[in-house]
Ligand binder design. Structure first.
Ligand code: ADP
Length: 509
């Protein structure tokens, strides 16, 4: 038997999982690191802390297992998207890693949107115009921190830094590149218009390679520390988002991966790059001939948490005393209310919204309240509103690709049978919950297995993951939702003219 490690460099921690060739998990390690927020809108991480966490996580899985090091064929990587690090002439970092959550470039992405240049660049790069992307961050740095910007010899992300430390070779994979906002997803090269807009030349960016690219010749000291053979191969891999599609077996045409954790997303794999004429969707590279099209939403399970904390504090306390899950009590309560919450609609935009609105000023709304509505209605309407919003992202997706035939759903929401059924009813599509642990690590491992000839192609993932639950649309429920959805959609459009006014009011009063 041969083995591989999938490592995911995430925003809060790095995870490493040791798999055998059949995808069975042998060992798991998770090493966390802090996020630095010294000023408003900042979200940075220390590059050395992350590098050490990567070494530590890999070391732990190798040392804990009784697998002989020589049977571990490789380590394959996943990482969070959109990070930016500046290296100087000596190839030393002169910034921390500026993560996707950093919002300091907001003014510059707004400018790109309003002057029309943003949409032109998006249509080549597939990265929505947003402060998260290195495109906006570079314009911000160049304008507001020119001394720092001008010292930079290279602009890279966290995965490039980690692999450079191991191998002394600076390479970026096409998947991470496709999330910088600077990479043309049609030509698979750095995009001239994006580079001109920032005012940089291509020699300041790393060489881009396919996601199955292999590194060999690891520095001896690192191989020793981690307990890996010196001839071990590392596979560059891709970004966490696209790899999680692979890791939940949502790579075939017509299969939608949907996740509702703290935030949420829908994603589907297409065989050629596509962009959205309205700029609402991302399109990122997974592997040769496979692109992931989708939209991220801010307002996922975090909205359920808000409803619990603000409207159901007594129930939360009782649940804590009885040592039961407060979310279980609440979903039980929501199940006493019929589908459609007797005509109460909730627009869940508590934290602004990315897809489909891309409006940081968006705010939440209860609409249709009457005297018969109870707290339980407000609860059910919130759960439904989160799914309605994801459904509107699907409508955008259907405009540029086909309709989904099935949904692979993951995230904390999937613990609730009520919420899973609601998803099947609102989307009118079969829903299955894959039994997949750390899907981005598994995705990285599968990509690595194919690169290292341990597996024939990406479809091997099908045999690696089971199914825990399946739900089919219920006619009575979807009929109720069909009549409510058009109102939700019209409302979210009609309110869009007022979001800035109310957000400005909230900022100034
Ligand atoms: P993260 O995205 O931060 O990794 P999770 O995937 O665990 O987090 O999702 C957390 C969210 O899942 C919570 O905010 C909550 O909305 C939802 N959740 C957690 N437990 C349950 C449950 N038993 N029933 C329904 N929803 C749940």
């Amino acid at each position: 038997m041969e083995y591989i490690i999938g490592a995911d460099i995430g925003t809060t921690s790095t995870k490493a999982v040791l798999y055998d060739q059949k995808g069975n998990v042998l060992e798991y390690a998770n090493v966390g690191y802090p996020l630095y927020q010294d000023e408003p809108d900042m979200a940075e991480q220390d590059v050395e802390e992350i590098f050490e966490a990567v070494v530590d996580a890999i070391t732990q899985v190798v040392r804990k297992s009784d697998v002989a090091a020589k049977d571990i064929r490789g380590v394959s990587f996943s990482s969070a998207m959109h990070s930016l690090i500046l290296l100087n002439q000596e190839m030393e970092p002169i910034t921390r890693s500026i993560t996707w959550a950093d919002n300091r470039a907001a003014k510059y992405s707004e400018e790109l949107k309003t002057n029309g240049l943003g949409q032109k660049i998006y249509e080549k790069t597939g990265t929505p115009i947003h402060p998260m992307a290195p495109l906006s961050k570079l314009i911000w740095l160049k304008t507001e921190k020119p001394e720092l910007f001008n010292q930079a010899r290279y602009f890279i992300g966290i995965k490039e830094y980690v692999l450079y430390k191991f191998f002394g070779e600076l390479k970026m994979d096409q998947s991470i590149a496709s999330a910088t906002g600077l990479f043309n997803i049609f030509d698979l090269t750095w995009d001239n218009l994006a580079l001109e807009t920032v005012g940089i030349t291509v020699d300041l960016l790393p060489e881009v390679v396919a996601t199955d690219y292999q590194f060999q010749g690891i520095k001896k000291s690192y191989a020793e520390v981690m307990g890996l053979p010196e001839d071990i191969k590392f596979v560059i891999g891709a970004s966490d988002g696209v790899l999680s599609n692979l890791g939940v077996n949502a790579v075939d045409e017509g299969v939608l991966a949907l996740t509702i954790g703290t935030s949420g997303a829908i994603r589907t794999v297409v065989d050629q790059p596509v962009t959205d004429p309205k700029g609402r969707l991302f399109c990122y590279v997974l592997s040769e001939g496979k692109y992931v099209l989708g939209g991220p939403v801010n307002n996922g399970g975090i909205v359920f948490r808000w409803v619990r904390d603000q409207l159901f504090a007594p129930e939360k306390e009782t649940a804590a005393q009885m040592k039961i899950d407060s979310y279980d009590i609440l979903t039980e309560m929501a199940s006493t209310i019929p589908a459609g919450s007797d005509g109460l609609i909730f627009l869940p935009y508590l934290g602004g919204e990315r897809a489909p609105l891309w409006d940081a000023n968006a705010r939440g709304t209860y609409f249709g309240l009457n005297r018969n509505h109870t707290r339980a209605h407000m609860l059910r309407a919130a759960l439904e509103g989160i799914v309605f919003n994801l459904y509107t992202v699907l409508l955008a997706l259907e405009e540029v690709s086909g309709s989904p035939k099935s949904i692979q759903a993951t995230g904390g929401f999937a613990r609730s049978a009520l919420w899973r059924q609601m998803l099947a009813d609102i989307f009118e599509t079969d829903v299955t919950i894959p039994e997949s642990f750390e899907s981005s690590c598994l995705g990285a491992a599968v990509l690595g297995m194919v690169s290292l000839d341990m597996a024939k192609d990406l479809t091997v993932v099908k045999e690696m993951i089971g199914v825990t639950n399946a739900h089919h649309p219920n006619e009575k429920n979807y009929t109720a939702y069909r009549d409510l959805l058009p109102i939700f959609i019209r409302l979210s459009r009609q309110l869009s003219g007022e979001y800035k006014a109310i957000a400005d009011y909230q900022r100034t009063h």
